[in-house]
Design a protein around this ligand. Structure first.
Ligand SMILES: Cc1ncc(COP(=O)(O)O)c(C=O)c1O
Length: 462
C-alpha cells in the first residue's frame, strides 16, 4: 500500500457514524429510487458524495464565528472578509453569496442571452444548469488528454487554446458574453490548470474582448499543484500563486464550501463597476443586502479564516497526499481512476470496470449504487446521468465521453482507516464486476436531473 501522510491536526470533537445491515441498505436504496441523493445521511457509513460544505472547520474558524457581527448592513464580519478577499483574490468588487450556484445564477442572469455560448475547460453541473436556464450553451474546450483516464499529465485541466481560438472565430465574440475556466476541473477528475495555460486563456479572451471569469472553487488546491509541478513557482507560496492566478481574470465565482472550508458560503467577485452595480441589485432581490449576501455574519467570519487556512502548506500537503493514497490504492486493486489523482476527489472509470453495461444503461449509476450496497459508501455518479442532455438544436441525446463515479473527500474529516475501508469495498466490487447490471431512468426533471431522478434496475422489466 502507498504511504499515508499523518494528518496535521488532532481530533477534538467527534460525530458518530454507523454501518447499517446489508438488508437495510437494500431497502434504503429502493426507497431512495436508486438515487444516492435520496438516501438519509444516517444510513450512510462513509459519505464521499461531495467535498462541498462537508468539511470540518478548525478551532480558529469556530472561534471566529463567535465574533460574528449580525448587523444587517456594514457588519464588521463583512469587512474582515473583505480584507481577506482583497488580499487573496484582489478584485475591485465582490458580493458574498450563500453558495457557488447563487453567484453563477446572478452572472448568467445578467450576461447570458438565449443562443449565446460560454466556453470553459469544463463547466460543472450547476454552472451548466445556470447557463442553460438562460437559454445559453455551455461549451467544454479541454485538452484531449482529459478524456483518457489512464494518461498522466501534470495539468490535465488545461484548456485547449487552439480549440478556444477556433471556437471564438467560428461563433463570433459577440455571441460569447463571457468565458470561463474551472480550477481545479471538478467535472474532469479534479485536475489542475497551469499558470501558463491560465495566462494563455486570459490573453485569448482579452484579445476578443470577452470577459474572463474563473470558477474558483478549488483555487488553493490548484495553486499548490502549480507550486509542485510548474517550473518557476517552486519558491512561491500558495497565496502568491493564487494572487497571480486572479490577477489574470476579470472576475470569479466561488463556492466557499470547497476551498473556503466552510459549511455554507460563496461569492461573486469582479472588476467591472457597471456590471457590479447590476450584480448588487440582483443580489438584493435574491440573496440579501450586499454586505451579507444570504449568509449570517458568523458565516462570513468562518469563510475569511477558511480561505487563509486552505492556503497553508502543511494542510495542502496532507490534503493532496490523502487523496493520492486513496487513488493509488484503488489503482493497485485494478480499478481504473482518472490519473493522476487530483486533490479533492478520486474518479472511478465506470465504463472500464463494467464494460458489459452499455453507456445508456448507466454504468456509473450502477457502480455508485454498488458502493452503497456493498459497504454503505456514498459516492456520486458524474457521467451520463449528470451530464447527458438532449441537444436543443437536433433533439438528439448527447452522452458524455466518460462515465465516472466521484469519491470526493471532505476536508479534515476521514482518517486512513476510512480510506482503507473504501479501498477494500471497491476491491470487492471489482472482483464481482461481471455480474453487475445497469439501470434506467424512470423519472427526471428538465435540468440538473441527477439530483432528483429516480431509477430502476434494467432487469426489472426484462
Ligand atoms: C467546480 C464547481 N463549480 C460550482 C459549484 C457549485 O457550488 P455550490 O454547490 O456551492 O452551489 C461546484 C459545487 O460542487 C463546483 O464543484
Amino acid at each position: 500500500m502507498s504511504q499515508y501522510k499523518p494528518e496535521p491536526f488532532r481530533i477534538k470533537m467527534v460525530e458518530p457514524i454507523r454501518l447499517i445491515s446489508r438488508e437495510e441498505r437494500k431497502k434504503a436504496l429502493v426507497e431512495a429510487g436508486f438515487n444516492v441523493f435520496g438516501l438519509r445521511s444516517e444510513d450512510v457509513y462513509i459519505d464521499l458524495m461531495t467535498d462541498s460544505g462537508t468539511s470540518a472547520m478548525s478551532q480558529a474558524q469556530w472561534a471566529a464565528m463567535m465574533m460574528g457581527d449580525e448587523s444587517y448592513a456594514g457588519a464588521r464580519s463583512y469587512y474582515r472578509l473583505k480584507a481577506v478577499m482583497d488580499e487573496i483574490f484582489g478584485f475591485k468588487f465582490f458580493v458574498p453569496t450563500h453558495q457557488g450556484r447563487a453567484a453563477e445564477n446572478i452572472l448568467a442572469a445578467l450576461l447570458v442571452r438565449p443562443g449565446q455560448y460560454v466556453p470553459s475547460n469544463m463547466h460543472f453541473d450547476t454552472t451548466e444548469g445556470n447557463i442553460r436556464a438562460r437559454g445559453g450553451r455551455p461549451v467544454n474546450l479541454i485538452i484531449d488528454e482529459a478524456y483518457d483516464p489512464a494518461t498522466r499529465v501534470d495539468f490535465k485541466g488545461n484548456m485547449d487554446i487552439a480549440k478556444l481560438r477556433n471556437f471564438i472565430q467560428e461563433k463570433g465574440a459577440d455571441n460569447i458574453p463571457l468565458g470561463m475556466i474551472t480550477i481545479t476541473n471538478n467535472a474532469g477528475g479534479g485536475q489542475p490548470v497551469s499558470m501558463e495555460n491560465l495566462r494563455q486563456v486570459a490573453d485569448t479572451y482579452r484579445e476578443f474582448g470577452i470577459p474572463f471569469f474563473i470558477d474558483a472553487c478549488r483555487f488553493a488546491e490548484n495553486a499548490y499543484f502549480i507550486k509542485l509541478r510548474e517550473p518557476g513557482f517552486e519558491n512561491d507560496s500558495p497565496l502568491e500563486i493564487a494572487q497571480k492566478i486572479f490577477s489574470l481574470a476579470d472576475g470569479a465565482t466561488m463556492s466557499a464550501k470547497k476551498d473556503g472550508i466552510v459549511n455554507i458560503g460563496g461569492f461573486l467577485a469582479l472588476n467591472d463597476e457597471t456590471l457590479f452595480q447590476s450584480v448588487r441589485n440582483e443580489l438584493i432581490m435574491r440573496e440579501g443586502f450586499p454586505t451579507y449576501g444570504g449568509l449570517a455574519g458568523r458565516d462570513l467570519d468562518a469563510m475569511a479564516v477558511g480561505f487563509k487556512e486552505a492556503l497553508e502548506v502543511p494542510y495542502l500537503e496532507y490534503r493532496l497526499a490523502q487523496t493520492a493514497y486513496l487513488g493509488e490504492n484503488l489503482l493497485e486493486n485494478g480499478i481504473q481512476i482518472i490519473e493522476p489523482p487530483g486533490a479533492h476527489a478520486i474518479y472511478l472509470d465506470a465504463m472500464k470496470l463494467l464494460p458489459q453495461i452499455p453507456q445508456k444503461e448507466l454504468p456509473g449509476q450502477a457502480l455508485s449504487l454498488a458502493l452503497y450496497l456493498e459497504g454503505g459508501i456514498r459516492a456520486v455518479e458524474l457521467g451520463t446521468v449528470a451530464f447527458g442532455y438532449v441537444d436543443p438544436e437536433t433533439g438528439k441525446e448527447i452522452l458524455p465521453k466518460l462515465d465516472l463515479v466521484r469519491m470526493a473527500i471532505p476536508r479534515r474529516v476521514y482518517t486512513q482507516s476510512h480510506m482503507d475501508y473504501v479501498v477494500e469495498v471497491a476491491a470487492r466490487i471489482a472482483s464481482q464486476a461481471e455480474s453487475m447490471k445497469g439501470y434506467r431512468i424512470v423519472y427526471q426533471p428538465k435540468l440538473l436531473r441527477h439530483f432528483t431522478a429516480r431509477f430502476e434496475p434494467v432487469n426489472e422489466r426484462g
